[in-house]
Write a protein that binds this ligand. Structure first.
Ligand code: GLC
Ligand code: CA
Length: 556
């Protein structure tokens, strides 16, 4: 297996709006990020993935871009950006931009032109269709509720938006669109950025027949309907030649709806497309079919089956990215473990389980503190359009859920759980801002904050720091092959890693009760590399307290 830096790296995702405010307007900004570079260096991460900072009307917090070569005013200036990039590089940290090119904002000049007339030179930059029997061209749904088609009175046609109606989809079949995107990417690479996380890149190529899909609970087909379209690999190969081959980059494609077979193409180790993909199957094990609004708990056996499928399936032919959360997912400690009595221990257990797998780990801001979901009191506390639209659609328009039910599901699954301000210290607003934060601060910041954890040796922060350091010192963590053991266990996630003579045994207890595990003979003489609590062994039986995690190492 080829050894390269982006396989050995740990990536840290920053959601700028919620990281650090520098000027008291309640909104995180670029100067704020620069001021916290020392914190990131201390943690030991190698790469920052920066959620969008481009000019945007903020319908979807920057994922709706109106100018790809300008910085959002609320976040600062291009000079601030250059300063941040420099500060990152000086600290040995690379910076990867979020590339949002499945769609633009409807306020982008291309769309402003496109909607003017049918013969406008920019018309074909977007996807326009005539009505079908006076209605939408097909039953595709938007990711954010309702139809994916918006009627435009001016030319009496519909445009496609797989996300909000302020996020019209670009027409990638138009070679001019591709050239514009490639030019813009080269412009950022010339500035010195180190790669791209590609937003919903699996959706860029649409089936020209626009076939109907299977309707979900709100009557529309999933926004994933067009995933892995007919030309997506061709377009990414073109991008590789015209852009990515000219620089040493990290590229990761957000590939909603990706299958294992497709991922082998997107992330093929011959480097013809991207370095790695984000797949989402393990985020769906606690969904109710296509409906994420449920409080169903995951069955650990399903989680193990999915992650093992990806570990084994990509081994040697492509590369995995490893994540429990991002800005679109609730807090992992609340979702998959215990955010009460065993919050710290279970946060460390999840981290161990993920960081010891094969792939590049991603940490989402605050995960390294064990930050939790948020006790939002009413719909007015939410800012995310996905959550707000779903509430209106499912409660008010379609009466599928009661108000209380929906609030309960939102508290469990809303993206806003991940978007409340980073908890720096126990001063007002968690040290995030001296003004009024754009979204509420989680009231638990007095107990859960970075300041307290930096100083305490057994904190979640210091545990993440150790995991990151171990990865640098032990190639088996990066390159070892993975094998699941005890697949039937409902409580224990256990696997081995093997690289030549080095072997790891990873044992994670996902339950709140003590578990006994028979340690494979091979590990009888092994030493403990890391554990999140005191784990005893009796002969070859390992006694795992609630939410314990332990990694044994042996060199044969
Ligand atoms: C991706 C982003 C998400 C955004 C959507 C539309 O899924 O991660 O935050 O809303 O794409 O750009
Ligand atoms: Ca600010």
């Amino acid at each position: 297996m080829e050894r390269v830096w982006w396989k050995e790296a740990v990536v840290y995702q920053i959601y700028p709006r919620s990281f650090q405010d520098s000027n008291g307007d309640g909104i995180g900004d670029i100067k704020g990020i620069t001021s916290r570079m020392g914190y990131l260096k201390e943690l030991g991460i190698d790469v920052i993935w920066l959620s969008p900072v481009y000019e945007s009307p903020n319908d979807d917090n920057g994922y709706d871009i109106s100018d790809y070569r300008a910085i959002m005013k609320e976040f600062g200036t291009m000079a601030d950006f250059d300063e941040m990039l420099n500060a990152a590089h000086e600290n040995g940290i690379r910076l990867v931009m979020d590339l949002v090119v499945n769609h633009t904002s409807d306020e982008h000049p291309w769309f402003v032109e496109s909607r003017r007339s049918k013969d406008n030179p920019y018309r074909d930059y977007y996807i326009w269709r005539d009505p079908e029997n006076g209605k939408e061209p097909n039953n595709w749904g938007s990711c954010f509720s309702g139809s994916a088609w918006q009627y435009d009175k001016n030319t009496e046609m519909y445009y496609l938006h797989l996300f909000s109606k302020k996020q019209p989809d670009l027409n990638w079949d138009n070679p001019r669109v591709r050239e514009e995107v490639f030019d813009m990417m080269n412009w950022w690479l010339d500035k010195g950025v180190d790669g791209f996380r590609m937003d919903v890149i699996s959706l860029i190529s649409k089936n020209p027949e626009f076939p109907d899909g299977v309707p979900g609970i709100n009557g529309y087909a999933s926004f994933n309907e067009p995933a892995n379209g007919p030309h997506v690999h061709e377009y990414l190969r073109e991008m590789r030649k015209k852009v990515l081959d000219h620089a040493d980059t990290l590229t990761v494609g957000e590939c909603s709806g990706v299958t294992l077979e497709e991922a082998k193409k997107y992330a093929a180790s011959d480097n013809s497309e991207l370095n790695m993909v984000f797949q989402f199957e393990h985020m769906d094990v606690d969904a109710d079919g296509d409906n994420k609004w449920t409080d169903k708990k995951m069955d650990l056996r399903d989680m193990k089956a999915v992650l093992t499928k990806w570990q084994k399936g990509l081994e040697g032919v492509a590369w995995n990215s490893l994540f429990w959360q991002n800005h679109d997912q609730p807090r992992c400690v609340s979702r998959y473990a215990d955010d009460g009595t065993y919050r710290e221990r279970s946060a460390k257990m999840l981290a161990t389980c993920l960081h010891m797998m094969q792939g590049t780990p991603y940490i989402y801001q605050g995960e390294e503190l064990g930050m939790t979901n948020v006790p939002f009191a009413s719909i007015d506390d939410f800012r995310d359009l996905d959550s707000i639209n779903a509430y209106h659609e499912l409660v008010e328009e379609q009466s599928i859920f009661s108000e209380e039910e929906m609030l309960h599901y939102l508290r469990y699954k809303s993206r806003d759980n991940a978007r409340t301000p980073f908890q720096w210290d126990d001063t007002e607003n968690a040290g995030f801002t001296s003004g009024t934060p754009w979204i509420m601060v989680n009231p638990n910041y007095k107990e859960i904050n970075a300041m307290e954890q930096l100083e305490r040796e057994d904190s979640v922060f210091n545990y993440y720091k150790k995991l990151i350091r171990l990865r640098k010192e032990n190639p088996v963590i990066v390159y070892g092959s993975y094998n699941l053991i005890f697949p039937e266990s409902e409580e224990i996630f256990a696997y081995t890693r093997t690289l030549d003579r080095e072997k790891l045994l990873v044992l994670c207890n996902y339950s709140d009760t003590e578990q006994h595990v028979e340690r494979p003979e091979l590990f009888a003489e092994s030493r403990c590399m890391i554990s999140n609590c005191d784990v005893q062994t009796q002969e070859n039986t390992v006694i795992l307290p609630p939410y314990a995690a332990v990694v044994y190492y042996i060199e044969e």
